[in-house]
Structure formats: C-alpha cells, structure tokens
Design a protein around this ligand. Structure first.
Ligand SMILES: NC(=O)c1ccc[n+]([C@@H]2O[C@H](COP(=O)([O-])OP(=O)(O)OC[C@H]3O[C@@H](n4cnc5c(N)ncnc54)[C@H](OP(=O)(O)O)[C@@H]3O)[C@@H](O)[C@H]2O)c1
Length: 350
C-alpha cells in the first residue's frame, strides 16, 4: 500500500486555507496535514483548527516545522521573494518542498532556484497548477489532427475586481516580484500556452499600468516567436479593465485546422476543434467538454508531487524549477521589451 505523506504547511494565508487544505482533505489516502507555521501565529492556529491539528503542531518558526520528524515534506505558500531562502532551509533539513508560483521574485532568484533544485536529490516543486489542467491533455489529443502549427493567439482579459481578496494582500499591492500581477497571474497562462505551443524565443511587448492598486504594470500585449520553429503568435493578458466579459482562451492555428482551448468559465472548460485544409473542406466544429475539476489542477499537481516524494524520484516531477523558469522569463522579456518601446527581445534561457 502507498504511504500517506505527512505535510507541513508554511504560510497559512488565503490560498493555503481556501485551496491547499481542501485538496489535501479530498485525498486522505495520500496526504495528511500534520503541522503548520505562519508568521502571524493566530492565522496558523485558525488553520490548525480547520486541519484538526493539536496546538503542539502549530510552530513559532520555520526551523521547528522543518525539524519535525513527522513532517515528510513542506508545502510553502509565501510571497515569492521568500521562495529561494525557504528552499535553502528545506534542503538543509533534508525535506522535499513544493512552493507556490511564480518560481521567484526575479530572474536572478529564478536561476538560483534552478541551481538549488539541481543540487539535491530531493524533489523541489513549484505549484503551477495550470500545467496540470485537463484541457491541456484534451487539446494535446487533437494537435496532430490540425497539422503543423503555424500561429496562435492567446487572450486572458477581464474586468478589474475591486474587492478581490488576493488584491488586498499588502505584498501584492507593493510587489517585490517583477511584473506584479503580470507574473502573479500571468505565469498560469504562460504555462498553458507554452505547454501546447512551445517555448517563447523572442517577444515584442508593451505593458502598462491601468490600476494604481496593482502597484505596477498590470496589462501586457505581446507578439511572440516560438523557439526553433516558424510559429508566431500573440499573447494578451490583463484583468485591470472596466466592465468586460472574462475571456480566457488560446487559439492554435494549423495548416489543417484549428483548436480553441477556452477556460473563460472555470467550471466548464472546453476544447473546440475544426479540421480541414481549406474553407471548402472544413469540418463542423467539434466541442470536447473537459471534466470539471474544482481544484483547477491543484489535486493533480499534488498527486504528481506525491509520486516524486513517495518514490524518492525527482525526475517524476512535472512542474520543476527548470520547466517553470521559462514562464517568469517570458514576463521579464515583456517588461524589458516594453522598456525599449516594444523592441523585439530574446527570452532568457538557462
Ligand atoms: N496557484 C494559484 O492559483 C495561487 C492562487 C493564490 C495564491 N497563490 C500563491 O500562494 C502564495 C500565498 O498567496 P496568498 O494569496 O495565500 O497570500 P496571503 O494570504 O498573503 O499568504 C501569504 C502568507 O505568507 C506570509 N508572509 C507574508 N510575509 C511574510 C514574511 N515576511 N515572512 C514570513 N511569512 C510571510 C503571510 O503571513 P502573515 O499572516 O503574517 O501575513 C501569509 O500567511 C503566493 O505564493 C501566491 O502566489 C497561488
């Protein structure tokens, strides 16, 4: 029988309470939350009540939770400028760790994170749950049918939500992470797009700040060339607009058809396919519904991390620092290009 892994949660804020804990509780055959630490202890105590933890498992500092022999791995949900230091401490304590996205606050730290992950046999995961969306698997089933990909367009836009609880966090309003919301949210869309279309080689982008509450630029419009290919495309991102429908989709154009991956409605993601080389031979649009996943990839992400930890094999991990480095590198390239009035710039590689 597979073991139940004991999880120590570091940073018991909104996402820990609203998503990570419910996901662990939905999979009791794999996971048990056994300890918690948070800078403000009252929030860890509140989290402990929900998780059914005794007071003795609510710690006063990160060292105590790292040294708890009952803890098999650490799940850290902190402002991402703390990711590198937290990983260093986890490696020193010989504990695997999964950290929330983006990989780090800037490219220097992102590079350091990749090196740290390479320096240890311990699984080091970055929680990029969009890499685990069912709609990606569904779209991949049809990619060959549309022939060689030649272009794509991605749109993730929506109205500004003024009472958004995530926006209210001080570290988002005064971001130390590059691009603020462009990296906080944008790495998700970049995971979806690059997993299906390929890595971005170079970009020409303009970014701008629409809302003062965002703390920095909050919209990006880019044209893109895909690495080692002739594929070109566009990437549009921003939830800082006035009234507008929430619209999140990727359209992939091939020489023999097209695919739309539409996640505008998280409860009903859909993959639409048209096949045919010409207007005259085009098939009817096929609509492939994707199974509803309330966790939006988080459960699958945890199960992937479970495999790597239980089998002590970090090569089983999908969302490694090496893979997700690229997503932050794209945001960095958007910002660099915009600072040069939209000049085409290379996306940093490892
Ligand atoms: N994958 C997703 O879809 C998704 C969605 C939301 C969030 N996230 C990620 O989850 C993480 C947490 O985000 P959140 O929305 O839950 O924010 P949050 O509620 O503000 O949680 C952040 C936690 O970090 C702690 N913290 C802040 N500054 C600290 C410091 N200087 N030293 C130690 N601890 C500190 C906070 O402690 P205090 O209680 O003392 O402030 C809080 O518990 C972030 O990395 C975010 O990117 C991911």
């Amino acid at each position: 029988m597979s073991p139940v892994l004991n999880v120590g949660v570091v940073g018991t804020g909104i996402f820990a309470k609203d998503r990570h804990l419910p996901s662990y509780q939905e999979m009791p055959e794999n996971f048990k939350v056994v300890a918690a630490f948070n800078r403000t202890k009252s929030k860890a105590t509140e989290f402990a009540k929900l998780a059914g933890l005794p007071d003795s498992k609510v710690y006063d500092n990160i060292e105590e939770i790292l040294n708890d022999k009952d803890v098999d791995y650490i799940d850290a949900l902190l402002p991402v400028q703390f990711n590198v230091d937290t990983v260093k401490k986890a490696i020193a304590a010989n504990k695997p760790i999964i950290l929330e996205k983006p990989i780090a606050a800037n490219m220097k730290q992102a590079r350091e994170m990749v090196k740290l992950a390479e320096s240890t046999p311990l699984p080091i995961g970055i929680g990029e749950n969009w890499l685990y969306l069912n709609c990606i698997d569904e779209a991949k089933r049809h990619l060959e049918r549309i022939g060689p990909i030649v272009a794509f367009t991605h749109n993730s836009t929506g109205p500004f939500v003024s009472n958004n609880k995530y926006l209210a966090t001080a570290w988002r309003q005064n971001p130390e992470h590059i691009g603020g919301f462009l990296s906080d949210g944008g790495v998700h869309q970049l995971a979806l797009v690059t997993d299906l279309v390929g890595e971005f080689e170079s970009v020409s982008a303009l970014t701008s700040q629409v809302r003062k509450e965002s703390g920095t630029d909050d919209i990006a419009f880019a044209t893109v060339k895909i690495r080692n290919s002739n594929i070109i495309g566009t990437f549009t991102y921003g939830s800082a607009f006035g009234a507008s429908e929430k619209s999140v989709w990727l359209k992939i154009y091939g020489v023999n058809g097209s695919i739309i991956v539409d996640v505008s409605n998280k409860n009903e993601p859909v993959v639409k396919v048209r096949v045919g080389s010409f207007a005259e031979t085009a098939s009817e649009e096929e609509v492939h519904k994707v199974p509803f996943d309330e966790s939006f990839g988080v459960n699958a992400e945890f199960l992937n991390f479970y495999e790597a930890v239980a089998k002590k094999d970090k090569t089983l991990l999908k969302s490694t620092p090496k893979v997700v480095f690229h997503h932050l590198a794209c945001v960095a390239a958007f910002l660099e290009s915009s600072s040069k009035s939209g000049d085409h710039v290379k996306v940093e590689t490892l």
